[in-house]
Design a binder for this molecule. Structure first.
Ligand SMILES: Cc1cc2nc3c(=O)[nH]c(=O)nc-3n(C[C@H](O)[C@H](O)[C@H](O)COP(=O)(O)OP(=O)(O)OC[C@H]3O[C@@H](n4cnc5c(N)ncnc54)[C@H](O)[C@@H]3O)c2cc1C
Length: 480
């Protein structure tokens, strides 16, 4: 008989969290620690959302999005998760750029970038300092009309090489482009520049399993293979319940970690929102998607240290369309050494490229398989430059595409980094439309990525806490 993933489910919870991405997991933990009964529903068989991993024959473990995040993750994990989780976060020191304009190795922090900009690119020290100070001073409440292109033009006019050095890694990190508001660049770039790039030693599997243990310790009822089909509202438009795998579960509030557009249009339904809000939500642009190639070497086979993160490009300058093209000319290689998972004897490489969903969605199955094989082969050709004889050492090779990301995370169009900037306002004002319905998850560029998602989960959990406290106070007043 098929396993019932909802066995012994309660019929009412204070909070139901839809989705177990980093924002959903963190929101659930904060609310459970505040004393609420929390149900966490995840459609996939594994927790983590984009922060996930998979295993393949021969004991290989591939991480999907463990490439690098800013130092702020240590503080957030210590405060909202555990000291044990925070203590596993370590710095990656070998960040490389290899492209027709320059070849650079950097620790990716302000000191080293200042040195590179002055010595390699010949920029005046006062300009470099002014740029860093300006970027660091940017915050959410600033003027949002300046674009990233205008920001670079202000400090480094006509310098496509400098733009590439400053922008390429951020485009890989969150899909942002030169046309996005400069604050989205300034905030994310400055987060990285404060101390460099960090990773979780032990791999995503260790992190997410530690998070699961902590959630269980705090009393969260976790259900996997639990697809939420609908959020049911009361006649006054407040949240009443969710429907999951055909079952109704009542709740005081919902925290949706599903894509903001699917939350509004698929889980609730447009008819429950004001026409103006629905229009604004419809206009929110999704961010792009990704392709990845996963490469594992035979046990014990390795390569010399070639860095941790390598931004490789054959394209003449920074060009977002070239970065998204099926005709791949730019890739980010993440090199995983045995130290990534201490005790292991595995060297692995994950190659990531930004990608357009539409390019992959329209293919027939045959064409799709052919294009994936082509992507794998061209990736190996490129990797040979850094890992000689990689084909002889190879034990596992496979690719994922925007279709893969859509399938596993249910993000519309497989969006890797949520939505463009306008998604943030729509996410934040959701509870004004449907009392008791909150959203936390990749939106607005600044709330995406590992750190953005964790922090947004905390911010929204605090808002949800205020809502439940106020609702309880109103009920008490009525009872008296
Ligand atoms: C290829 C790639 C590389 C990346 N690299 C980095 C990196 O190096 N550094 C970095 O900081 N970030 C990186 N990111 C981005 C980062 O992983 C994400 O921004 C972050 O993990 C998103 O978290 P989230 O909370 O928004 O939720 P998501 O990860 O989007 O998870 C949402 C969850 O909700 C579930 N769900 C959706 N609908 C339903 C439903 N109806 N019922 C039940 N469950 C549902 C999904 O299954 C999923 O588990 C990368 C992303 C990708 C794709």
């Amino acid at each position: 008989m098929a396993k019932d993933f909802l066995k012994d489910l309660g019929d009412h919870y204070d909070v139901i969290v839809i989705g177990s991405g980093l924002a959903g997991l963190t929101g659930a933990n904060v609310l459970a620690k505040a004393g609420y009964s929390v149900l966490l529903l995840e459609h996939h068989y594994q927790l983590g959302g984009m922060a996930t991993w998979f295993k393949r024959r021969g004991g290989h473990i591939f991480d999907i999005s463990l490439h690098g995040f800013p130092v702020g993750m240590i503080k957030s994990c210590r405060k909202y998760w555990t000291k044990e989780i925070a203590d596993s976060i370590v710095q990656l020191k070998g960040i490389r750029f290899e492209n027709p304009q320059f070849s650079i190795k950097t620790t990716f922090n302000r000191d080293d970038f200042t040195k590179q900009l002055i010595e390699q690119f010949g920029i005046a020290p006062e300009t470099v300092e002014a740029f860093f100070d300006f970027a660091r001073s940017m915050n959410f409440f600033d003027d949002q009309s300046m674009t990233t292109r205008e920001l670079f033009e202000k400090f480094f006019p006509g310098r496509s090489d400098v733009v590439r050095f400053l922008m390429e890694p951020i485009t890989y990190a969150n899909g942002s482009t030169l046309e996005d508001p400069a604050i989205t660049y300034g905030i994310v770039f400055s987060n990285f520049m404060s101390k460099g790039v960090f990773t979780f030693q032990g791999g995503t599997d260790k992190l997410v399993l530690q998070m699961r243990d902590e959630l269980e310790k705090n009393g969260v009822d976790i259900r996997i293979r639990a697809l939420v089909e609908k959020v049911e509202l009361n006649p006054d438009r407040s949240v009443a319940a969710v429907w999951v795998n055909g079952k109704r579960v009542g709740c005081g509030a919902v925290l949706s970690n599903a894509n903001i557009k699917s939350t509004i249009f698929n889980l609730v339904g447009e008819e429950h929102f004001s026409p103006e809000y629905a229009e604004e939500a419809r206009a929110v642009r999704l961010n792009n998607s990704s392709c990845q190639v996963y490469i594992a070497l035979k046990p014990g086979e390795g390569f010399d240290n070639v860095g941790d993160l390598l931004f490789h490009s054959e394209h003449s300058g920074f060009d977002i369309n070239a970065m998204l093209s099926m005709n791949v000319s730019s890739r980010t290689f993440s090199f995983y050494y045995p130290e990534t998972r201490p005790g292991s004897d595995r060297w692995l490489v994950v190659s990531s490229t930004n990608a357009n969903y539409a390019d992959w969605a329209k293919m027939s199955e045959d064409e799709y398989e052919r294009e994936k094989a082509k992507l794998c082969e061209s990736t190996l050709d490129c990797l040979e430059k850094y890992v000689p004889d990689v084909r002889q050492k190879l034990d596992w090779l496979e690719a994922s595409t925007p279709r893969t990301f859509e399938h596993y995370t249910r993000h519309l169009s497989g969006a890797s980094f949520g939505t463009k900037f306008e998604g943030l306002k729509v996410s934040q004002t959701l509870p004004q439309q449907v009392p008791g319905l909150f959203h936390a998850g990749s939106v607005g560029i600044i709330m995406s990525g590992w750190l953005g998602a964790v922090n947004y989960g905390v911010i929204v959990a605090n808002e949800l806490d205020k809502h439940l406290t106020a609702t309880a106070a109103r009920k008490r007043a009525v009872a008296v």
